[in-house]
Structures are given as structure tokens and as C-alpha cells.
Design a protein around this ligand. Structure first.
Ligand code: NDP
Length: 446
């Protein structure tokens, strides 16, 4: 007999889904969370970021409004107003997450939990609790490289709480977070410099999409330094930061944001003590059923470093709960997971990039549409969108769709169904366009 059937460590997207579904299957469930319920996505990730992206977009919309007949005499932006409204929304969502767990009779321990044995958890208060199965869903945290003075820099954890908007911000990294926040801060009026160690942004995305984002970002005034790194960060007497650089000239800034990847949260959890094996990046090693090397212990989400995306963690948590507590075994299919960067403009993609398809399939046909959205034309905004279909020449199957332009993630979610279903280019051709839209380009490429 154990205290609980399932003990979940970490109330983020994966942990909450697993707890809720296991409880719905009749299991007695407990969750421990040392921070806020909701995890990275809800508290300091996707959700507040997307609200900032919406806020940032007004800068362009207000600018473009004049050509649509709107006379907006003057407008100014208040960072504290947006910041506080976003944080209030995050608190509201946290409340909803707690309520969901309570409605399913899940016990919440608002404290840190560590493993004490294959079926035992120790809480920060000193109490020990036993469980038939334990799920590790502790997520990941920002990786901060070892740079002298790195304590003067912030990560994506702190960026939502900034006291004031920096006039000049330097962003380290060229991935998701760097490009999303480069767009956000630029729209708010900050001068942005992105510094990356390599010669590219968004490694893994289709090359043409990356080039287009780089081109548009540079035209807007966002600066980039490639093949560069930080030697030292110093805070001067006037509060400004001096950045001694390698690979480019030194920089001055009011804030430095490190967006250089995320590492699994495994330290101090007691994993080694109970024999849970870790991979070379410190991630918890799991099989297709999210089972670790200890049969009673499972792990889902970013801590396993499979695909670091919220919807993937949610699926992993759901599959685990259905399999272990619902007598409905299934595993997550990692093929054709759509992804998006909420940059300005956003990028979205699903399936193989053109490069991947050429390497894997050999004979590939590509179709591209390079167009200026109607709204941009009237607004006088010289920003072009780019859509691409990657097609297996042997089968006519559409194996990848990549796009950059307004609302690209919204459009791609629907188009991803076609790629997942293995539809052919001929199916796209036979679909009548919905006019006038941007997405009609998907069925008009010849
Ligand atoms: P990314 O993995 O997207 O990018 C990391 C960047 O930092 C790369 O440009 C990489 O360089 C650079 N880098 C990596 N290690 C170092 C190092 N040791 N020193 C200096 N630079 C380094 O990470 P992010 O932090 O932007 O985001 C973390 C994860 O969170 C993403 O991978 C994604 O899974 C998730 N996320 C998803 C979002 C979405 O779905 N829209 C939004 C935000 C985050 P290089 O160019 O050489 O690879």
C-alpha cells in the first residue's frame, strides 16, 4: 500500500496533464511544485511571450493605420502597463491550473520534492510520501554560459519582470527566444543587437525562411553580430553595461538577455541515488513509454529533452497517464511536429526542410510563393512573405511546408494536417483557393 498511486514532481504542462488524466482514470494523485503551478509555458514562457508579441504588434499596426484612413494624433507605449497586465493574466491562469487539479482531487504540495527511493519522495518540509509510480516533470531552465560578469545579464525568466524598458538591449543567441525578443523589444522602441556564436540564426529551420527573417530584421534596424561571443560583462558607475566581446567590437547596453538554450532540471533531485540514468546533456533517459531505467519512475517534457515544446510535453503526459492508469496504451508520434517562431514577422514550419528532403529523398520538387501581402501593399510596408512546399518527386507527397509572413503559425497549424496525412501536391492543386487570403498561396503554387 502506498500513499498515492502517482506522485508527479513538477506542475508544468506535462505534469499537470499527466496528473489530471491519471486522476480521471481513478488514480490517487499528488503533485509537488516549488514555484508556480503552470510551469515554464504558462508562467515564464509561451503565454506571457505571446501576449508581449501582441503588444509589440501594435507598433506596426498603429503606423500602418494612416494609409487605412485612421488619424492617430499621438501614441506612446507604457511598458509597466503591459508588463503588469501580462503578469496579472499569468496569475489568473495559474489559478485556473490549480483549480483544474483540485477539481480532479489531485493533492498539491507547494514545495520542492526529491526522490528518496523507487517509490518514495521526500518533501522540503521533511515529510516523506510513497507512491506506486513517480513522474518527473521538472522541465528545463535557461542555460547561462560561463562568462565573467554573467550575473549582470538576465534570462527569459527575468525578462517579463523588467522594471523599465531598456533603451539598448543585447541578446545572446540566435534561436527561438533571441529572435522572438529581438522583435518584441525592437517594436517597443529599444535598439537591439543580436549576438550569436555561429554564422546563422534558427539552425534547423528552412534556409530561405531564415534568410528572409534576417533580411527583414536588418532592414527594420535590428543589428546582428555573428561568430561572436562574450568575454566580460561589466556594470559601470552610471548603471550601463559594458560588454567586452570576442569576434566583434565591444558593445554598450542597458540590458543583456542570454537566450542560449535550455538545460534539463535534474540537479539535486536524487536521481543518481535511486539509479535513474541520465543522458550526455543531463536529460533523463526514457523509453517510448516515458519509463526511466527505474521501472516505477517515469519522465515527460523538457527534462527528457526529446522535443522541447509544450504540446509535445502535454502529449507525453497524456500518453503516460492513459497507458499506466487508463488501460489505453499509446505512444507519442514525433513525426511532423509543427513549430513556429513568433518573430516579427513569424516563421512556421512542418516536416522536412528543403535541405533535409534533398539529403534524405534525393529527388525533390519545391514550389515557392514570394509575395507582398495585400495589407502591406496598401500600408506601404515593403515586407514580403515567403511560402514553400517541399514535395517528394517520386510520390508527389508534400513532405514539408515552410512559411514566413503575417499569421504564418495560424495558417500552418491547418496546413500541417495535410503533411501529417501524407497528402499529395495534386490534392493541394485540386483545392479551390479562398480569396482574398494569404493562405490561398498554399493551393496556387505551380
Ligand atoms: P535555441 O536552442 O532555440 O537557440 C540557442 C541559441 O544559442 C543558438 O543560436 C545557439 O547557437 C546558441 N548557443 C547554444 N549554446 C551556446 C553556448 N554554450 N554559448 C553561446 N551560444 C550558445 O534556444 P532558446 O534558448 O532560444 O530556446 C530554448 C528552447 O525553448 C528552444 O529550443 C525551444 O525548444 C523552446 N522555445 C520554443 C518557442 C516556440 O515554440 N516558439 C519559443 C521559445 C523557446 P547555434 O547557432 O550555434 O546553434
Amino acid at each position: 500500500m502506498t500513499d498515492f498511486d502517482l506522485f508527479v514532481i513538477g506542475a508544468g504542462s506535462g505534469g499537470v496533464r499527466a496528473a489530471r488524466i491519471a486522476a480521471a482514470h481513478g488514480a490517487k494523485v499528488a503533485v509537488a511544485e516549488e514555484h508556480k503551478v503552470g510551469g515554464t509555458c504558462v508562467i515564464r514562457g509561451c503565454v506571457p511571450k505571446k501576449l508581449l508579441v501582441y503588444g509589440a504588434h501594435f507598433a506596426e499596426d498603429l503606423n500602418d493605420a494612416a494609409m487605412f484612413g485612421w488619424d492617430i494624433p499621438s501614441c506612446s507605449f507604457s511598458w509597466p502597463v503591459l508588463r503588469d497586465n501580462v503578469l496579472a493574466e499569468v496569475s489568473r491562469l495559474e489559478g485556473l491550473y490549480k483549480q483544474t487539479l483540485s477539481n480532479h482531487d489531485v493533492t498539491i504540495f507547494h514545495e520542492r520534492a526529491t526522490l528518496a527511493g523507487p517509490n518514495e519522495v521526500r518533501l522540503a518540509s521533511g515529510k516523506t510520501v510513497t507512491a506506486g509510480k513517480i513522474l518527473i516533470a521538472t522541465g528545463a531552465r535557461p542555460f547561462m554560459p560561463e562568462v565573467e560578469g554573467v550575473e549582470h545579464a538576465i534570462s527569459s525568466n527575468e525578462v517579463f519582470h523588467l522594471e523599465r524598458l531598456p533603451k539598448r538591449i543585447v541578446i545572446a543567441g540566435g534561436g527561438y527566444i533571441a529572435n522572438e525578443f529581438a522583435g518584441i523589444f525592437h517594436q517597443f522602441g529599444s535598439h537591439v543587437v543580436v549576438v550569436n556564436r555561429s554564422e546563422t540564426i534558427l539552425r534547423g529551420y528552412d534556409e530561405q525562411m531564415r534568410d528572409r527573417l534576417l533580411q527583414i530584421s536588418m532592414i527594420k534596424g535590428i543589428e546582428f553580430r555573428f561568430n561572436s561571443s562574450f568575454d566580460k560583462i561589466e556594470r559601470r558607475d552610471d548603471g550601463k553595461l559594458h560588454l567586452s566581446m570576442r569576434g566583434c567590437d565591444d558593445l554598450e547596453a542597458d540590458a543583456v538577455l542570454f537566450a542560449t538554450g535550455r538545460v534539463p532540471n535534474v540537479e539535486g533531485l536524487g536521481l543518481e541515488g535511486v539509479g535513474v540514468e541520465l543522458g550526455d546533456k543531463g536529460q533523463v533517459k526514457v523509453d517510448a513509454n516515458s519509463r526511466t531505467s527505474v521501472p516505477s519512475i517515469f519522465a515527460v517534457g523538457d527534462v527528457t529533452d526529446r522535443i522541447q515544446l509544450t504540446p509535445v510535453a502535454i502529449r507525453e503526459g497524456h500518453a503516460f497517464a492513459d497507458t499506466e492508469f487508463g488501460k489505453k496504451p499509446w505512444t507519442v508520434d514525433y513525426g511532423c511536429v509543427p513549430h513556429a517562431v513568433f518573430s516579427h514577422p513569424p516563421i512556421a514550419g512542418v516536416g522536412m526542410t528543403e535541405g533535409e528532403a534533398r539529403n534524405k529523398l534525393g529527388q525533390v520538387r519545391t514550389y515557392t510563393s514570394d509575395f507582398r501581402p495585400m495589407k502591406n501593399v496598401l500600408a506601404g510596408r515593403n515586407e514580403r512573405s515567403l511560402y514553400k512546399l517541399v514535395v517528394d518527386a517520386a510520390t508527389d507527397e508534400v513532405v514539408g511546408i515552410h512559411m514566413i509572413g503575417p499569421d504564418a503559425p495560424e495558417i500552418l497549424q491547418a496546413a500541417a494536417i495535410a503533411v501529417k496525412a501524407g497528402l499529395k501536391k495534386a490534392d493541394f492543386d485540386q483545392t479551390v483557393a479562398l480569396h482574398p487570403t494569404m493562405s490561398e498561396e498554399l493551393v496556387l503554387m505551380r
